[in-house]
Write a protein that binds this ligand. Structure first.
Ligand SMILES: *Cc1c(COP(=O)(O)O)cnc(C)c1O
Length: 237
């Protein structure tokens, strides 16, 4: 990772933004409706800073332990916000609420209720996305598509939780096109949920697409794409 030069990162950020723009144009969407989230796991503070200097405005961390020192080191910079995108343990909720502008990975009713409770105690409203396990993979977190439909009514009652939409990670595949039916299913699910007459729950955001398949995701309606490798290079294993 540290072999990656600053100019290489700036170039990659520009290339990713250009591809997002072209994918948006193909789908007749405004590029302004899509936000890039740079996935920062295992990336050093210096590299993250370079990405910010290259125009990245949202940083997405999936490892709780890595998040705190990075947020502290980078500080509250103008116009830069942090999203939490990884699996969130219940006992970490208290430190997470209010620190992240959005939590993408709410994968159970229990976790949603804990976030609401902690947000209420902190006097904040926490924006979240509901993670859907579209591929039905046993190894992955998330609600089943029918499970998410069952909980939204209950989530609509929670006054300190702002559900903004859905997040999904399709099953790994060789070809980006393989993800298309899953992305489409997420969009259709969000559309169906948005038609349920909910008061607080919104379905405006779709967090889907990673380095391998973000162009397809944008074509299928993604509003947040979470990209690590295409910006920072391969992660050490
Ligand atoms: C690491 C990670 C990403 C980025 O993956 P890349 O394939 O490196 O772009 C996106 N979302 C989540 C939840 C991640 O953990």
């Amino acid at each position: 990772m540290d072999g990656t030069t600053k100019e290489a990162i700036a170039q990659r950020v520009r290339a990713v933004l250009a591809k997002i723009e072209r994918a948006a144009a193909r789908a007749g969407r405004s590029p302004a409706s899509i936000r890039l989230v740079a996935a920062t796991k295992s990336v050093s503070v210096q590299r993250i800073r370079e990405a910010v200097e290259a125009g990245v405005r949202i940083l997405g961390e999936s490892r709780f332990q890595e998040a705190l020192p990075k947020i502290e080191a980078l500080g509250a910079r103008d116009g830069v916000s942090w999203h939490f995108i990884g699996r969130l343990q219940r006992r970490k909720v208290r430190s997470t609420v209010g620190l992240f502008a959005m939590i993408h990975s709410v994968d159970s009713l229990d976790l949603a209720m804990e976030i609401d409770r902690r947000a209420a105690a902190a006097g904040v409203r926490q924006a979240v996305l509901l993670e859907v396990n579209v591929g039905g993979e046993p190894s992955k977190a998330g609600f089943t598509p029918s499970g998410v439909a069952e909980v939204v009514q209950g989530l609509d009652e929670l006054t300190h939780l702002e559900v903004k939409g859905l997040m999904a990670i399709p099953p790994p595949a060789e070809q980006p096109e393989a993800a298309r039916p899953y992305f489409r299913e997420v969009r259709q699910l969000a559309h169906a949920l948005a038609g349920q007459g909910l008061q607080r729950v919104r379905m405006d955001e779709l967090s889907m697409g990673m380095s391998q398949d973000y162009e397809v995701a944008v074509e299928e309606g993604a509003t947040l794409v979470r990209i690590g490798t295409a910006i920072f290079g391969m992660r050490p294993v």
